[in-house]
Design a binder for this molecule. Structure first.
Ligand code: HAM
Length: 418
């Protein structure tokens, strides 16, 4: 027997039954973001590995352990993108989009790849809508992005998320803080998990992210960046909160938010669900002033976030998101009937009607079963006897009532039913 292949661990098919939900959550985001003045950009899935080393961070776990990287026929080292921000910024610089407008508001949608340990809500191919604003350091922009993300979740009926915000500082005050944190961790290292012991050397702020409850107990007493900001950064953070209040957006401050990618400065935020176990972040982002410059562009500030669509789909309510049903199903019986009605079905479909018929010439009973499964509202039955009389039988599936309809009335009936 031929080998049966399975999809790669952590990478999934999206089957037809799930597509309406995916389309719904994607299209709701697209229409909302366009209303907020964002334009779509698409970039390749494969980029030079170096792009992520420089942006996400050389010692970052995503770059060190989770990227799918390969040599391109012994030439350049390439990687499947683990995230979209670096790609959008690369494209922005490559196309000199800063010459078009002082402020770029972009979004992109598509698959990302990280070789993480798969579990519910965490996959190796996952899907994001990533939103990026390049050219504004105004705290009002930080708040507006969070408000837009908040509106998105409300629009699609996910109302239980908690917006958590923090400031991860920058520059000299970050350096000073890291000294404080490292000193604290040095004293506590015996009580920390092995992962934290390794992180405290490579990327000390990331320890605060650890899911281990014993480590979390230790970190209750840790120094936090938000308490050690420079005056300028503290003022920025205060104004972000002021603007959130102005927009009526609820949030909680969480001094332990550190974010998993190295380019963040100042504002960091996450929309968190308690219904997804340890993978609770449904959207996350923050400021990345400095990233555009470090990738060879002008010195422009940036801020953005990405929504994890796989997690959104897990949370989205099933009942409103099933595939819609064809209002009319044609049960055509015999060659003559098909010859007569297939052109009409084709014409009505071209006019935008959602119609179904059975291409396999099956019995009336099995065609009715299919119509029922598709949840069709009306079935048009056209067999030899009806053709002789110049009529079709119209059956309302819910009430099971039937009546005859003259062939000449059929087209206008279908147009009225759709
Ligand atoms: P991130 O926090 O790495 O940020 O990912 C954003 C969101 O993508 C997460 O909150 C989560 O919902 C989803 N996500 C991440 N990894 C996985 C996974 N393995 N499986 C399923 N979902 C996942 C970024 O990627 C930044 N580029 C966001 C950003 C845009 N910051 C500024 N602009």
């Amino acid at each position: 027997m031929a080998t049966k292949y399975q999809s790669v661990n952590g990478m999934h098919d999206t089957l037809p039954a799930d597509m309406p939900k995916w389309r719904f959550v994607e299209q709701a985001a697209i229409s909302l973001f366009e209303n907020f003045g964002f334009s779509e950009i698409r970039t390749p899935i494969v980029e030079h590995t170096e792009l992520f080393v420089r942006s996400v961070g050389e010692k970052n776990q995503v770059v060190e352990k989770e990227m799918y990287s390969f040599e391109d026929q012994g030439e350049k080292r390439l990687s499947l993108r683990p995230e979209a921000t670096a790609c959008v910024v690369r494209a922005y610089i490559e196309a000199s989009l800063y010459n078009d407008q002082p402020l770029a508001k972009l979004y992109t949608i598509g698959p990302m790849f990280r070789r993480e340990r798969p579990q519910k809500g965490r996959y190796r191919q996952f899907h994001q809508i990533s939103v990026e604003v390049i050219g504004s350091d105004n705290p009002a922009m930080d708040a507006e992005l969070m408000a837009m993300c908040d509106s998105y979740f409300k629009k699609i009926g996910i109302t239980h998320l908690r917006l958590e915000i923090n400031s991860v500082g920058r520059g000299k005050s970050r350096e000073n803080y890291l000294l404080l944190l490292t000193a604290f961790l040095g004293k506590q290292s015996a009580s920390l998990c092995t992962e934290c012991q390794s992180r405290m050397i490579k990327n000390p702020m990331r320890v605060l992210d650890c899911k281990n409850p014993d480590c979390q107990k230790v970190y209750e007493a840790a120094p936090f960046m938000a308490d050690h900001l420079s005056l300028e950064d503290a003022a920025h953070y205060a104004r972000v909160k002021e603007h959130l209040d102005l927009l009526g957006i609820d949030y909680v401050e969480n001094k332990k938010i550190v974010r998993g990618l190295d380019y963040y400065v100042n504002t960091a935020f996450e929309f968190v669900s308690d219904q997804l176990g340890t993978q609770g972040a449904v959207a996350a982002g923050g400021r990345y002033d400095g990233l555009v410059k470090s990738l060879g562009g002008p010195d422009l500030p940036g801020i953005g976030f990405a929504i994890g669509l796989d997690r959104v789909v897990l949370l989205a309510n099933d009942s409103v998101l099933t595939r819609s049903s064809p209002p009319v199903f044609f049960a055509l019986l015999g060659d003559e009937s098909r010859r007569k009605f297939i052109p009409l079905i084709h014409k009505l479909r071209l006019m935008g009607a959602f119609l179904e018929w059975d291409n396999d010439n099956r019995s009336l009973k099995s065609q009715m079963r299919r119509a029922d499964k598709l949840n069709a509202r009306w079935v048009i039955i056209a067999g030899e006897e009806e053709l002789k009389k110049g009529v079709v039988v119209l059956r309302e599936m819910r009430s099971k009532e039937q009546r005859e309809l003259k062939e000449g009335e059929l087209e206008s009936f279908v147009r009225g039913a759709i």
